[in-house]
Design a protein around this ligand. Structure first.
Ligand SMILES: [Zn+2]
Length: 242
């Protein structure tokens, strides 16, 4: 049996599927990968590294530059989900499937996925630091980040010096899953990189699709495809519905 057929068989017979997605999922929609060689992190902005700008400390010190950067470099208005996002959303109709994403672009929800845990939060919305009112990022970029209450609107995203407080929920989902599908992440950044171990990859199968090899390329329980996510999911979708 080819690896692709084996992957389709695993998906068909799985009870509870957990999909973990990273930057590679969004690059196929035209978004730049933060960490790749020509990605956003290679470029400083007004003398600051992106990691510096995207920290809570910098947000407090220089909210203006923070929002200039977000508006110029991270604004995802107009970016559409790709075929891979749409196939995952369609699988949710007939399968017990949840998504944990490291992406902050909201593309899974835009494609129609309902069970999505955004482990690093979302850039789509903001919350006032003083009164808690919520506002869309688009509105804040247009109308300004200062609120009439005296507070400022802060994106609902986990910044670099902030804790990933949804990780326990993610680990709980991983423990309960009986199939893990990993898309577009090479699993080098913790705590998300712990998810395969928490899931139990030593005794349970995982399907991985990532352009580059991952830490699990040689793992006995991993079926890894170093190919396009959309193209691979499309092939799997055909096999599942045969
Ligand atoms: Zn307020």
């Amino acid at each position: 049996m080819s690896n692709l057929n084996e992957a389709a068989r695993l998906i068909k017979k799985a009870g509870k599927i957990l999909v973990l997605t990273g930057a590679g999922m969004s690059t196929e929609s035209g978004l730049k990968d933060f960490r790749s060689k020509d990605g956003l992190y290679s470029n400083h902005y007004r003398g600051h590294s992106p990691e510096t700008i995207l920290s809570a400390g910098f947000f407090r010190r220089d909210t203006r530059t923070f929002y200039d950067y977000v508006g110029e470099k991270l604004n995802v208005t107009g970016i559409e989900p790709n075929k891979g996002h749409r196939i995952l959303a369609s699988w949710e109709d007939t399968m017990d499937l949840s998504v944990i994403t490291q992406n902050i672009d909201g593309l899974h929800q835009k494609a129609g996925s309902k069970r999505v845990l955004e482990i690093h939060g979302t850039l789509a919305t903001t919350t006032c630091t003083r009164c808690g009112e919520r506002r869309l990022l688009e509105e804040v970029l247009d109308d300004g980040y200062e609120h009439s209450c005296g507070g400022v609107f802060k994106p609902d995203v986990v910044l670099y010096d902030e804790a990933v407080d949804k990780i326990e929920e993610a680990f709980g989902m991983a423990e309960k899953a009986d199939l893990l599908i990993i898309l577009g992440t090479s699993l080098y950044v913790y705590p998300v990189a712990s998810i395969p171990e928490v899931y139990g990859i030593s005794t349970k199968k995982a399907i991985i699709v990532n352009r580059d090899q991952t830490r699990y390329s040689m793992h006995v329980n991993a079926l890894e495809f170093n190919e396009s996510i959309s193209a691979t999911l499309e092939k799997l979708d055909h096999l599942i519905h045969e």
